[in-house]
Design a protein around this ligand. Structure first.
Ligand code: SF4
Length: 314
């Protein structure tokens, strides 16, 4: 079983005209694997996650399919989606404090999913809540559960959100920058928790700008840029032999690879032409080959690249 996105495009209205924030994105998230989606801010990673969850504003123009258990999630009613959210597909939001109810104590919110579906007795639910909080680096769970969201620091709220969204052992988890703002020790704990959930069979879609985290825990990595998917494959292959010029630039800008910043900036999403989305920044741009629509092509088992040079040596 997997979660599959096919040809997903998302456009927001704006004063300057339609903003094409996602274009023709096709990607699979297999069960029992961690798939990291990486890229600079504004690449569309979070929009992809929010699109799967059905969290995009009503004025958004959307096309394409989001397939889960043989059904297109886009065709479901809000009530049907609510049965899937949290129970089957969970979402760890990037802004945890606003995602929590300010009037409810943390303990009630963490255990709500299990209480709602009444699958376990109260004592077991509370024990599981404390266990999950400690798995997310909050060993003083007894105190945390008695707190209100505004009493938590940003890092604590992030971890509470992680505990809350994994309480019901969802089949799929979409985590939007789950380690943002956490110190190295807690980051490791949270990463281990994701590995544990993966080993129990959950499929995880990890949205992150933290390439070290992606490299450490993910099975597959997909690279996004300005609303398009440019490269995806097994994580080891992406990091050891990236083929797309953007991926190579992204990796070269990392501290452990010499901190070489990429020149230029992403395109204006209200004014796009048909050519390669990375053309303005690409050192290999060739008007004859790159000025027309580029499709994603396979270069090996589980490896896809959107570049005319995909078969050429990097
Ligand atoms: S298609 Fe052309 S411009 Fe785009 S990344 Fe490849 S070489 Fe560069």
């Amino acid at each position: 079983m997997e979660l599959e996105v096919k040809h997903l495009s998302v456009t927001f209205p704006s004063d300057r005209g339609p903003v094409k924030v996602l274009r023709d994105v096709t990607i699979s998230f297999p069960a029992g694997k961690i798939t990291a989606v990486v890229g600079e801010s504004g690449s569309g990673k979070s929009i992809l996650g929010a699109g799967i969850m059905g969290f995009l504003p009503s004025e958004t123009e959307i096309s394409g399919e989001i397939l889960y258990k043989g059904q297109d999630l886009r065709s479901l009613s809000e009530e049907e989606m609510n049965r899937i959210r949290g129970r089957e597909i969970s979402w760890i939001a990037q802004d945890p404090v606003t995602a929590m109810d300010p009037l409810w104590k943390v303990g009630k919110q963490v255990t709500e999913a299990l209480r709602f579906f009444k699958r376990e007795n109260r004592e077991d639910i509370e024990k599981k809540g404390l266990f999950r909080l400690s798995s997310f680096g909050l060993p003083d769970g007894e105190r945390i559960v008695r707190s209100y969201p505004h009493e938590l620091s940003g890092g604590m709220a992030q971890r509470v959100m992680g505990a809350m969204m994994t309480m019901d052992d969802p089949a799929f988890l979409i985590a939007d920058e789950p380690t943002k703002g956490l110190d190295a020790f807690v980051r490791h704990q949270v990463a281990d928790m994701f590995c544990q959930l993966r080993d129990q069979g959950a499929g995880i879609f990890l949205i992150t700008h933290d390439l070290r985290l992606a490299r450490r825990i993910s099975d597959y990595t997909a690279v996004m840029y300005a609303g398009e998917l440019l490269e995806m494959g097994r994580t080891y292959d992406i990091f050891s032999r990236p083929r797309h010029p953007y991926t190579r630039g992204l990796l070269a800008a990392q501290p452990d690879r010499g901190l070489h910043p990429m020149k230029g900036k992403p395109p204006d999403l209200t004014d796009l032409d048909d050519g390669c989305i990375f053309s303005a920044r690409c050192p290999f741009y060739d008007a004859n080959r790159c000025g027309k629509a580029i499709s994603m092509g396979r270069t090996g088992a589980d490896y896809f690249v959107k570049c005319v040079r995909r078969e050429e040596e990097p």
